[in-house]
Design a protein around this ligand. Structure first.
Ligand SMILES: [Fe+2]
Length: 147
């Protein structure tokens, strides 16, 4: 986590990627984490810190390529991540993913999701598997992580 904060706060710029600001997390950094190392041995991935700027909304969407993701909040107390399993309409019901610190969450990014950030810059550790949604989905990963 300290390594992630150092990367988040270093002077390298965030690069635009899928409408996020992104800083890549080097492989030697994320492989220090034994959980990520064991996951990487089953499904390789890249890892990054994703920035959503203050007072921004990342509107409802389904990820283009990612079947699932694994996230951990780094900084972003006043932001809300919402999921809806309904087709998008003027009004949708949702559930909130309430991130707890230093905790990984597996997300089904093929369901509609959205982030609203009321606070300052929101920083999320997030991984992108080399396999896309056609070869690796949320349910595959649930099985992997459960075994
Ligand atoms: Fe997404």
């Amino acid at each position: 986590m300290d390594d992630l904060l150092l990367i988040a706060d270093n002077s390298d710029p965030f690069v635009e990627y899928f409408n996020f600001g992104v800083k890549l997390v080097p492989k030697d950094v994320f492989l220090k984490d034994s959980f990520l190392k064991s996951l990487y041995e089953k499904h390789t991935f890249n890892a990054a810190i994703l920035l959503i700027k203050r007072k921004n909304i990342y509107n409802w969407h389904i990820d283009d390529n990612r079947g699932a993701s694994l996230n951990m909040m780094i900084r972003g107390d006043n932001s809300h991540c919402l999921f809806s399993n309904e087709p998008l309409a003027m009004v949708n019901s949702f559930i909130e993913l309430e991130y707890k610190p230093s905790t990984y969450y597996l997300l089904n990014t093929q369901q509609h999701h959205s982030v609203i950030n009321f606070g300052e810059h929101r920083l999320m550790f997030s991984i992108e598997f080399d396999e896309d949604k056609n070869s690796l989905d949320y349910y595959d990963l649930l099985t992997t992580l459960g075994s």
